[in-house]
Design a protein around this ligand. Structure first.
Ligand code: GLY
Ligand code: MN
Ligand code: MN
Length: 413
């Protein structure tokens, strides 16, 4: 049994009653005319199958303790193969996912209909779909379209969200997943060091983004975990600035927040360094405060503590510290985001409820910042932590962040 079979087996243990699970790999939205955005596979579909192609569906039903799994994929198309490359064959899909029964996508509706007829006399029967919708404007996903069709065609059907069951599994990372996250971090480290070595006044922020992307690709990674943030000067005080198109000036700080992926597992790292390679005394002073806040989080991120509590520790520390540096006691003037979120196949990984207590096997970020617009100083330092039974392990400890280490590396320009 490979990891995907094992995950499906574990998922199914949650369902005591008869159930049907339908998951879609998704498809890329169009960008313009005949150009699509890059495709990003549905993370829950990928987690359970290892497949990452568009327009696939996974059907699992459990009826009277008989479990049947089937995949539905688009058939091989000769013309398409010549124009853009071949679709995945049934054999390949079977081999990767270990789902034995692979069918043509056009048979999906018929298969659902058969299950619905079969389960008709069972009042406890439920259908589970990934009913994620981030905002009301978002175009309906194949799962939402399917849920609507099910409601129309089978008005008595009980439809449920699969999300809580997926969260229960994905929140805990196994050895394989930790290796993937560490690989993503290692590739990200090379990119950040190359950016530090490249930085100089007069460069455009997009050059730094290019250096990072090239470093990732040079190391076999062609996926960013999220839109890279390259912000110099005042722009670093905008939390998710990502225009990355302004000139980096002498005397300014440069903030990058970025990550590569490995097998779609994300790194999420922020570093802040001086454009010209040397911190001013004031920049160093503020930088040390953020670094201390990071130490507080790392020391306290342990089993039984919540992300909310970690954030409270940062706010309390800032409240006591900031007035000593000529800043207001009102922390919200300079710090207005949470200090942590879960990390995995998604950068803001599944079920980020801030009150949940940490447990061993969870991976979270540690990302305090200070954003002082009046001084043009924006600083965020972000590492990725694994929670273990004996405290937090910093998975990104090899990415330099002490001011002296940064200055020493940047001198090599
Ligand atoms: N890169 C987004 C974040 O740090 O949460
Ligand atoms: Mn983050
Ligand atoms: Mn980040």
């Amino acid at each position: 049994m490979n990891i995907y079979s094992k995950r499906r087996e574990k998922l199914l243990k949650n369902f005591k009653d008869n159930a049907l699970i339908i998951l879609f790999s998704g498809n890329a939205p169009m960008r313009s005319e005949d150009e699509a955005y890059p495709f990003c596979v549905n993370r829950n579909f990928y987690y359970l199958t290892g497949l990452e192609k568009e327009n696939m569906a996974l059907l699992i039903y459990k009826i009277d303790d008989v479990i049947r799994e089937s995949l539905y994929i688009l058939p091989f198309d000769d013309t398409l193969a010549r124009w853009v490359g071949g679709r995945m064959s049934a054999e390949e899909a079977r081999e990767i996912s270990e789902v034995a029964n692979v069918n043509d996508y056009s048979e999906l509706d018929g298969a659902i209909n058969s299950v619905m007829n079969f389960a008709r006399s069972d009042c406890s029967f439920r259908i589970y779909l990934d009913l994620w919708k981030y905002n009301p404007e978002q175009a309906p996903s194949p799962a939402l379209v399917c849920a609507r069709k099910l409601q129309q065609d089978y008005p008595a059907a009980t439809i449920k969200d699969l999300y809580p069951y997926m969260a229960k599994m994905r929140l805990y990372k196994d050895e394989y997943e930790l290796t993937c996250i560490s690989q993503a971090i290692a590739k990200t480290r090379i990119g950040i060091e190359n950016m530090m070595k490249t930085s100089k006044p007069g460069l455009n922020e997009m050059v730094m983004e290019g250096v990072f992307d090239f470093s990732l690709m040079r190391n076999g990674c062609n996926e960013n975990a999220f839109k890279t943030i390259c912000a110099s000067g005042e722009r670093a005080t905008i939390l998710h600035y990502s225009d990355n198109d302004q000139i980096m000036n002498d005397g300014e700080l440069f903030l990058c927040d970025l990550g590569g992926t490995f097998k779609h597992y994300c790194a999420d790292i922020s570093r802040t360094f001086p454009v010209n390679g040397v911190f001013s005394p004031r920049q160093r002073e503020i930088y040390e405060i953020v670094l201390n806040a990071q130490r507080i989080v790392e020391e306290n991120a342990k089993v039984g503590v919540s992300l909310k509590e970690l954030n409270r520790m940062v706010v309390d520390y800032y409240k006591a510290e900031l007035p000593k540096h000529g800043l207001l006691e009102d922390v919200s003037e300079y710090y207005f985001h949470g200090v942590s979120h879960h990390l995995g196949l998604d950068v803001h990984d599944i079920d980020g409820s801030k009150g949940r207590k940490l447990e061993a096997g969870m991976v979270i970020t540690n990302e305090p910042g200070l954003y002082i617009a009046s001084e043009g100083i924006g600083i965020r330092i972000e590492d990725d932590l694994l929670i273990t039974g004996t405290g937090a392990v910093n998975l990104s400890k090899d990415i330099i962040k002490e001011p002296d280490d940064i200055e020493a590396l940047m001198k090599q320009n």
